[in-house]
Design a binder for this molecule. Structure first.
Ligand SMILES: CC(C)(COP(=O)(O)OP(=O)(O)OC[C@H]1O[C@@H](n2cnc3c(N)ncnc32)[C@H](O)[C@@H]1OP(=O)(O)O)[C@@H](O)C(=O)NCCC(=O)NCCS
Length: 175
């Protein structure tokens, strides 16, 4: 039986190993990682999937900011990575993690939620690339995969997505 639990600090080493398995060790060079450099994971919105004592899935959320042309900044949430153990794929675990996290975000009336991922999967949870076409990140990004969920009224058409602490100056691969 799979149980969805809030992320706890002790889960991190196992999550890192799951992420290395699913994304490869070069994952840390991706643009998404530059957005969460030096950020602390948002424990209220981050969850793990457990099968007994074994961690078989994880979803983490991070604080980020959107900066408009005039320099105004507003908070946003970066969702991801989402990963499920290869042996447990197709059993609804990622969907359960998504539903749990999004329910917690909605209950907290969170800022808009951004992620870099496949629209055919994340679209079913209300994510869309419509508002993000002209947003820049601290590294290359495929804009078809830059997906937003939440009210778009008042969001700038042109903007920069940045780490909550500002972006470190180094190169990155496409997320
Ligand atoms: C993507 C991933 C998280 C899905 O986990 P999962 O537990 O197998 O997903 P679920 O069982 O909840 O959902 C499966 C459904 O999503 C669909 N799906 C899964 N990955 C998809 C993708 N990349 N694009 C489109 N649809 C996808 C499946 O076809 C299936 O559809 P169905 O419900 O209509 O049959 C998992 O395959 C994984 O960890 N992959 C490697 C890491 C990764 O790519 N993470 C996502 C980017 S952040």
């Amino acid at each position: 039986m799979i149980t969805i639990l809030p992320l706890a600090p002790g889960h991190q080493p196992v999550i890192d190993s799951l992420l290395d398995d699913r994304f490869g060790p070069a994952r840390r060079n991706r643009t998404a990682y530059r957005l969460r450099d030096r950020a602390e994971v948002l424990g209220d919105f981050s969850f793990v999937a457990m099968e007994g004592d074994t961690l078989v899935g994880s979803l983490q959320c991070w604080p980020i900011r959107l900066k408009s042309v005039g320099g105004a900044r507003q908070p946003m949430i970066l969702l991801g990575p989402v990963a499920v153990a290869a042996a447990r794929e197709g059993q609804g675990i990622a969907s359960a993690l998504m539903r749990t996290s999004l329910a917690a975000l909605d209950a907290a009336d969170s800022p808009p939620v951004l992620l870099i991922g496949d629209a055919p999967f994340y679209g079913r949870f209300g994510f869309s690339a419509a508002a993000t076409r002209h947003w820049e990140l601290p590294g290359p990004v495929d804009h078809d995969r830059l997906l937003l969920r939440g009210p778009t009224t008042g969001l700038p058409r042109i903007a920069w997505v940045e780490a909550a602490s500002g972006n470190p100056p180094r190169t990155a691969k496409v997320a």
